[in-house]
Design a protein around this ligand. Structure first.
Ligand code: ADP
Ligand code: MG
Length: 715
């Protein structure tokens, strides 16, 4: 047996559990070992029964004098009651709704019980304690090592239906003991030594069954280090690999660019000019560009990207321009077509699933053509710029002469898709296309060094002139009615309103939330829509937009909103990225406390795009002072970067796009906020690569890096 042994080979895991484990992505012994607890229950306070205190969590050891289960009809539940005695006294124990306990725990059994003592009608009792039969104690195996569910720091795992932490402990512990002596170390000796890390076998044991809080932390630190180290290693190697690749140099046509700029109805900001220049200069190189264009919402990234597209197309190469949603793809199509209408280019739009496919070819006017025709024209390079959703990366889509890939909000696609677009073209041209990613998500420094570390950065840190400052307000429940009246007035003036709903988090089981995430969001939107359209604004046109609507339906609603047939649009966070409705002046956000500051800032960027005074109204029912303080940051700051850093500080990097796709375990996410750790791991990765670029001396690293790459590419 080794780490890649499939879970089917583990004797205690039957088919039902195999299935449940696979739902969590656990397929091998190694996966199981790296399924880390997200917290620990501290049951290490083992005391005599006479010493127990009310409302304190403790562990007692004693003999069961009596145990029985009854069904209480009044309260419709099973009650298991027991009395446990040690040398110092006896205590009552009650478990609710665990009738099977009488099969496990019997009279006369010597047990450990961990839980809280409370006072009931008939005196004190231990309520719903964790339990386990007392293991054998020998000199070699002190109690803390032998206990699993009680009397120690007990690991609690992220659970899914049918996979309890108790079961995981029961499986993991003997496996860990079995592997303790023969786990191959994954990090080089030198790195472990220099950074004072725990060895793998020790760290694995301590992260699952820690002897102390401190050791648990040290173990976490080792794995955090390792995660970051591999990200850095991966990113640095990608960078080096890419530096060796060739791409077609696309000479900068200055006259062309000047003409484009002159035809614009506005003046470019300095930041736009600088970014465009960096990009156009990159395109001239034989080394593939790998650049991230980062700019706040409304900073005007599209026009910068369009310039790069124009230069590429006129140099005789094609551009693939990918947007995260159909609505956005269409919007880009319209905008790019408008910007380039005097340049005689063929621009295509490819969206949707196979059956809802529509294509348009544009040469100053929009023409519908069949998908096959569009694909054919893409293959023989008649289409200069093909704009679309992830439909662009299907195998059927082949570019004859792809020179540049533009990804809007690239983190929504992930590393794999990016690679695939590159590959698709690489097969035909033997070079790889230049790559420009765009994002409105400000990326804090630690993330720029890690998950985005293989990209060069261009920053548009300046908004176009003449934008009115958006008025941001936190709205308490008492102000709700007057705020609705205010919204009514705005609509009377002809303006439009966005209403964003968070998902309802009624269930605190994390995994479940993840699974039901989008449905919960839909439910919230439907309820809000009902309320607003029937009770609050019956005289207005209210529309609803969410991810579960069919593509056509979504498009129709967006079109109606753009054409002012809808006054108020209730939506999930799908409007978060890039939708341009200049006539919308009010962004109203329900449950604002549930969003990150950076995300709220993104929502806010949806309004204030034309000359009208615009408003961002943050509704919150939460009376917590902290919530209000956090939201107030939005009133004072318009700096997406500052807000993102603040988010990172307050909420951790979990909300940052781009981190999830690396599959970083939740427990490790915090390490991404740790600048010192990030720099330390980067340094370590650099040293190893300088010493041995191919990692020939480090088969363990090579091996893990390979699996790491696979993991990333699967997401
Ligand atoms: P984002 O960076 O969020 O993608 P867009 O590219 O959609 O922003 O630009 C937002 C709006 O600002 C568009 O309507 C665009 O035409 C306009 N715009 C872009 N650059 C300028 C500028 N320099 N001056 C005025 N308006 C601009
Ligand atoms: Mg945009």
């Amino acid at each position: 047996m080794n780490l890649s042994t499939p879970i089917e080979k583990i004797p205690r895991i039957g088919p039902v559990y195999q299935k449940r484990l696979k739902k969590l992505g656990i397929k091998t012994v190694g996966d199981l070992f790296f399924h880390f607890p997200y917290r620990y229950d501290d049951f290490s306070n083992v005391i005599p029964i006479a010493k127990v205190k009310i409302n304190e969590i403790c562990t007692v050891q004693g003999k069961i004098l009596d145990i029985e289960t009854t069904r209480t009809w009044k309260r419709r539940m099973f009650l298991t009651q027991a009395v446990v005695e040690d040398k110092t006294g006896a205590i009552k124990v009650i478990w609710f709704n665990q009738p099977y306990l009488v099969k496990v725990l019997k009279k006369e059994d010597n047990v450990f019980l961990s839980g809280k003592v409370v006072i009931g009608e008939n005196g004190a009792y231990l309520t719903n304690p964790a339990y386990e039969k007392a293991p054998l104690q020998t000199k070699n195996y002190p109690l803390a090592t032998n206990l699993t569910h009680t009397g120690r720091l007990v690991p609690v795992y992220p659970e899914t239906a049918g996979l309890s932490s108790r079961w995981l402990r029961y499986i993991l512990k003997p496996l860990l003991i079995q592997f303790k002596k023969n786990l191959p170390e994954t990090l080089p000796e030198k790195i472990i030594r220099e950074n004072k890390l725990l060895a793998l076998n020790k760290a694995l044991w301590q992260i699952h069954f820690p002897d102390s809080e401190k050791l648990a932390k040290t173990a976490q630190e080792r794995f955090s280090f390792e995660e970051l180290f591999f990200i850095e290693l991966f990113v640095l190697r990608e960078r080096a690999r890419l530096a060796k690749e060739k791409s077609v140099p696309l000479p900068l046509d200055l006259k062309l660019i000047q003409k484009f700029v002159k035809l614009l109805s506005f003046k470019l900001t300095d930041a736009q000019k600088k970014s465009s220049w960096q990009i156009l200069k990159d395109l001239e190189k034989t080394r593939p560009m790998n650049r991230l264009l980062e700019g706040d919402v409304g900073s005007g990234k599209t026009v910068v990207a369009t310039m790069a597209a124009l230069n590429t197309a006129k140099a005789g190469y094609q551009v693939a321009f990918m947007a995260p949603t159909e609505i956005l793809a269409k919007q880009h199509f319209q905008e790019v077509a408008k910007l380039l209408k005097d340049f005689n280019l063929n621009i295509g739009l490819l969206t949707g699933k196979q059956d809802q496919f529509r294509s348009k070819k544009l040469k100053n006017e929009v023409v519908e053509i069949s998908r096959n025709k569009l694909l054919e024209k893409t293959l023989n390079a008649e289409i200069n710029i093909l704009i679309g959703t992830h439909a662009l990366i299907q195998d059927r889509v082949k570019f004859g002469k792809l020179g540049l890939v533009i990804l809007d909000e690239q983190h929504r696609f992930g590393v794999e898709q990016r690679a695939r677009l590159c590959q698709n073209s690489g097969r035909q041209t033997k070079t790889i296309p230049h790559l420009l990613s765009m994002t409105a998500t400000p990326i804090p420094r630690t993330l720029a060094l890690t998950v985005y570390g293989d990209l060069d950065l261009s920053l548009i840190d300046q908004l176009p002139k003449g934008r009115k400052k958006i008025i941001t307000k936190v709205i308490s429940p008492a102000q709700r009615q007057e705020t609705y009246e205010f919204i009514r007035k705005e609509v009377k003036k002809g303006r439009q309103v966005f209403v964003i709903c968070p998902r309802i988090e009624s269930n605190n089981n994390e995994q479940k939330i993840k699974n039901n995430l989008s449905w919960a969001e839909v439910k919230a939107v439907k309820e809000e829509y009902e309320k607003l359209s029937k009770n609050v604004f019956p005289e207005l046109k209210v529309g609803m937009l969410h991810g579960k609507l069919a593509g056509k339906e979504k498009e129709r609603i967006m079109r109606d909103f753009k054409n002012k047939k809808i006054n108020i649009l209730v939506s999930t966070s799908v409007v978060e990225v890039g939708i341009d409705v200049p006539n919308a002046t009010v962004m109203m956000i329900e449950g604002a406390e549930r969003f990150g500051l950076a995300q709220l800032h993104q929502f806010r960027g949806r309004v204030g795009r034309a000359g009208y005074q615009s408003y961002c109204l943050l509704f919150t029912d939460s009376p917590a002072r902290k919530t209000h303080q956090r939201l107030k940051a939005l009133i004072t700051s318009e700096d997406g970067f500052a807000l993102a850093e603040k988010d990172l500080e307050i909420r951790g990097p979990g909300d940052f796009s781009g981190t999830r796709q690396w599959g970083i375990p939740d427990l490790m996410m915090n390490s991404l906020t740790d600048v010192r750790l990030v720099e330390k791991t980067r340094q370590a990765a650099k040293e190893i690569l300088t010493e041995d670029p191919q990692l020939k001396k480090y088969p363990a690293l090579q091996d893990k890096l390979g699996r790491f790459r696979e993991r990333i590419h699967l997401e």
